[in-house]
Design a protein around this ligand. Structure first.
Ligand SMILES: Cc1cc2nc3c(=O)[nH]c(=O)nc-3n(C[C@H](O)[C@H](O)[C@H](O)COP(=O)(O)O)c2cc1C
Ligand code: SF4
Length: 408
C-alpha cells in the first residue's frame, strides 16, 4: 500500500535527479510518475476522516482539526490585543485549521491570570478582537472566544471556592454576591465576544482555574449550595452556562473545556465525576465539550498512570484518550473534542475513525507550525513539536509572542 511519505520521497528523488538545479526539468515519463504520485497523495489525504467536513451547529468546519485555546503574553496593560497577536492569528487562519478557540480572556479584571492576557470586560476590547475574527472569517474558519476567571491563580486578587492556603499565599472564599458578579461577568463577556464577531464562546472549566476550583472537592469546602455534593460544586459552571445561553441565545456555539481528571494526589475531579459533569452539560444541550486534564495540583505520575488507553492503541500518544473513551460511551450525540499530546496524523485519524471524538484539538503544535493542518494534508505525517515545553517557560512566554524555541 502506498504511503504518502513514500510518495513524497519519490517526488524528492525526482526533483533531485533533475539536471538543472535552478529550473526543475522533468521528462515526460517522470512527469507521468509525478502525476501518479500526486494523485496518490491527494487520494490518501482526501479519504482521511481528519480532513472530512464537520457540521458544528450550523457552522461548517472544513476539517476536524481544532486549535485549542492558547494564550500569549502580548495584550497590552488594559487587555487589548496588540499587533503580534493579530499577525500570529493571520498565520493560523491561513494554516488550514477547521476551527479555532482564541486564548483565554478574563471576564473580570480581578480574575486576570497573567500579564499580557487579553480581556473581554468592556467595549474597549472589541475593535482589535474584531480584526481577529474578521481574519478568521475571511478564510471561513469559525472562531470562538474562551472566557476565564483565574480564581486563586489570579495576579490581581486571589479568591476561590473556600479559603485556600499554600506556603506563599492565601486565597479567600468568594461571597455569594461575588459569585453572582462572576456569573454576570461571564454572560457580559460572552455578549461582548459576539459583538466582536466571534461565533460563540468556550467556558474555561479546566486546568485548575476558578470554575475548576469550584468543581474540585479538594479546593471547595463550602457548606452552602455551591459546595458539598458534585451537583452543588458544579452549580457555578451550570449557572455560568445558563447565564451565557440566556444572554447570547441559541444560535452561537457554546462550549466548555473541562478536565476529565485533575490528577491530584488526593481528591479533585476524577473520571467518574467527569462523566457526570459531561452528562449534565449534554442534558443542557451544550454544543461542544473539549476534554483536557491536569492543572497546578496535578501529579505527573498519576497523569502517566491514568487516562491512557491500551498500550497498543493507535492513539496511545493522546493523553486522556482512555478517559475520552469512557466519556464517549455515555455521550453519543454531543460533539466531543480531545486535546493534549496529539502529534501524529496516524493517532489523530485513528481516534476519529474509532468515533471516540469528533474533533482533534492541538495547541503547541500550532506554535511550532501554524500551518500544520496544511502540511498534514500535503503528506507530512507528524508535528515537529517535540514537547520540550520551552514555549511555556517564564523567559519565553513572558517576553515573546508565541514562538517555538526549537525553531531558532
Ligand atoms: C503557551 C500556551 C498557552 C496556553 N493557553 C491556554 C489557554 O488560554 N486556555 C486553555 O484552556 N489552555 C491553554 N493552554 C493549554 C493548551 O490549550 C492545551 O490544553 C495543552 O497545551 C495540551 O495540548 P498540546 O499537547 O496540543 O499542546 C496553553 C498552552 C500553551 C503551551
Ligand atoms: S518550544 Fe518545544 S513544546 Fe513549544 S512548540 Fe516548540 S517544540 Fe513544542
Amino acid at each position: 500500500m502506498l504511503d504518502t511519505r513514500n510518495a513524497l520521497n519519490v517526488l524528492f528523488v525526482l526533483t533531485r535527479t533533475s539536471n538543472n538545479r535552478s529550473q526543475i526539468f522533468l521528462s515526460e515519463e517522470k512527469l507521468k510518475i509525478l502525476a501518479f504520485f500526486s494523485f496518490c497523495v491527494a487520494k490518501i489525504t482526501m479519504s482521511l476522516k481528519l480532513f472530512s467536513e464537520f457540521t458544528l451547529k450550523h457552522f461548517n468546519l472544513k476539517n476536524r482539526l481544532m486549535r485549542s485555546a492558547t494564550t500569549s503574553y502580548w495584550a497590552d496593560r488594559e487587555g487589548i490585543l496588540r499587533q503580534p497577536i493579530i499577525d500570529y492569528y493571520r498565520k493560523l487562519v491561513e494554516g488550514g485549521l477547521g476551527f479555532i478557540v482564541k486564548g483565554h480572556s478574563y471576564v473580570l479584571e480581578s480574575g486576570k491570570a497573567h500579564e499580557g492576557q487579553s480581556g473581554l470586560t468592556s467595549e474597549k476590547h472589541l475593535p482589535k478582537m474584531k480584526v481577529l475574527t474578521t481574519l478568521a472569517h475571511e478564510k471561513s474558519v469559525p472562531i470562538i472566544a474562551q472566557l476565564n476567571h483565574a480564581g486563586y491563580s489570579s495576579i490581581v486578587e486571589r479568591i476561590t471556592a473556600s479559603e485556600y492556603r499554600t506556603a506563599e499565599w492565601v486565597a479567600r472564599e468568594a461571597t455569594i454576591a461575588e459569585i453572582d458578579e462572576i456569573v454576570e461577568a461571564f454572560a457580559h463577556a460572552a455578549e461582548l465576544a459576539l459583538q466582536a464577531g466571534f461565533d460563540g464562546v468556550q467556558i474555561h472549566a479546566a486546568h485548575g482555574y476558578l470554575i475548576s476550583q469550584f468543581l474540585s472537592d479538594r479546593v471547595n469546602k463550602r457548606t452552602d449550595k455551591y459546595g458539598g455534593s458534585l451537583l452543588n460544586r458544579a452549580r457555578l459552571l451550570l449557572e455560568v452556562f445558563d447565564a451565557i445561553r440566556k444572554r447570547i441565545g441559541n444560535a452561537p456555539i457554546l462550549s466548555v473545556k473541562m478536565n476529565c481528571d485533575d490528577f491530584a494526589p488526593v481528591g479533585g475531579i476524577q473520571i467518574q465525576d467527569a462523566v457526570i459533569i459531561a452528562n449534565l452539560l449534554a442534558e443542557k444541550g451544550i454544543d461542544l465539550i473539549e476534554l483536557s486534564g491536569g492543572g497546578p495540583e496535578q501529579s505527573r505520575d498519576l497523569r502517566k498512570q491514568r487516562g491512557k488507553p491500551a498500550e497498543n492503541s493507535p492513539y496511545f500518544e493522546a493523553n486522556f484518550s482512555g478517559h475520552a473513551e469512557t466519556i464517549r460511551k455515555t455521550i453519543s450525540t454531543t460533539p466531543l473534542a480531545l486535546v493534549d499530546g496529539f502529534r501524529t496524523r496516524r493517532a489523530m485519524e485513528a481516534i476519529l475513525t474509532a468515533d471516540v471524538v469528533d474533533l482533534v484539538s492541538i495547541s503547541k503544535s500550532t506554535i511550532c507550525e501554524p500551518d500544520l493542518p496544511k502540511k498534514l494534508q500535503a503528506g507530512q505525517t507528524r508535528s515537529e513539536c517535540i514537547d520540550c515545553r520551552l514555549c511555556l517557560s517564564k523567559e519565553r512566554f513572558g517576553k515573546m509572542m508565541l514562538s517555538c524555541a526549537q525553531k531558532e
